[in-house]
Ligand binder design. Sequence first.
Ligand SMILES: Cc1cc2nc3c(=O)[nH]c(=O)nc-3n(C[C@H](O)[C@H](O)[C@H](O)COP(=O)(O)O)c2cc1C
Length: 324
Amino acid sequence: MLRTRFTEEFGVEHPIVQGGMQWVGRAELVAAVANAGALGMITALTQPTPEDLVKEIARCRELTDKPFGVNLTILPAITPPPYAEYRQAIIESGITVVETAGSNPAEQVAAFKPAGVKVLHKCTSVRHALKAQELGVDGVSIDGFECAGHPGEDDIPGLVLIPRAADELSIPIIASGGFADARGLVAALSLGADGVNMGTRFMCTQESPIHDEVKKRITEAGERDTELIFRPLRNTARVASNSVSREVVAKLDEGVAFEDVRELVAGARGRQVYEQGDTELGVWSVGMVQGLINDVPTVAELVDRIVTESGELVRNRLGKLVAG
Ligand SMILES: Cc1cc2nc3c(=O)[nH]c(=O)nc-3n(C[C@H](O)[C@H](O)[C@H](O)COP(=O)(O)O)c2cc1C
């Protein structure tokens, strides 16, 4: 058992979080994570409407008695989803932890905190984490440059970002981006974090609701097989390297407008990748950490392995180094 401020304050057995994942963070994965004693997040916007989110939360409750959270990601959009209605659906469903991401969490904190919902805000810089702390969030997940999805524009890897955050913040910190095994968890705790958040690693488990071919691709790919799209637009996203993402990078580097790549990056195409298993159909998120992923375990096997090996690492390898 590893006990940290995060496990104590968020009431979770292990200091491991499964962060929000568009199209992937559905009931079967989140329930498996909860049953394994970690904290899973249903991804709110994967559900087409707030009513569907209420149903997905109920479906997850049928699969687990343990607590789980919901991720609500707020990104710039031409037609924004009805965020307030999603928030209401989360509160009325009795969810006790929310992972916010994508923008300043002021509005979220104002809605969730009075309703007794803990807020774990995900961000990519120390200054944004400090702002979130000032706004009253209960913890922060900090994504280093390694992460899948949106790493921000500062390009600071976790090895520097996490201890910098630990030096400045007083609330629990979850290190995110590049974690897949016990070595990562022990390293994160050494850097001053209270736990880790994993996306790509949980995506590549038995219960993850995506096509087996995508999981196979992750186990085969190396740490160099990702692309950073939207860099010139200052809305960087780390995705799998394939013919589509490379074309997007090349076109934007030539100076074309977003309009000219819109069809290539359409969310619906990414969704098809997960449903049909053709990893060249569109852009899909994955992290550098895929270089460390070689199998497709059940979530319970994965969490158990990470926790057991972390104890061994600390007692044997590190303990023996000190004993000299
Ligand atoms: C397929 C996929 C979809 C993701 N979608 C979201 C999302 O909708 N909202 C969000 O806040 N983070 C999203 N993320 C980021 C993860 O929650 C997490 O921060 C990230 O995966 C950590 O890096 P790692 O993949 O190296 O573990 C996504 C990640 C993946 C792999």
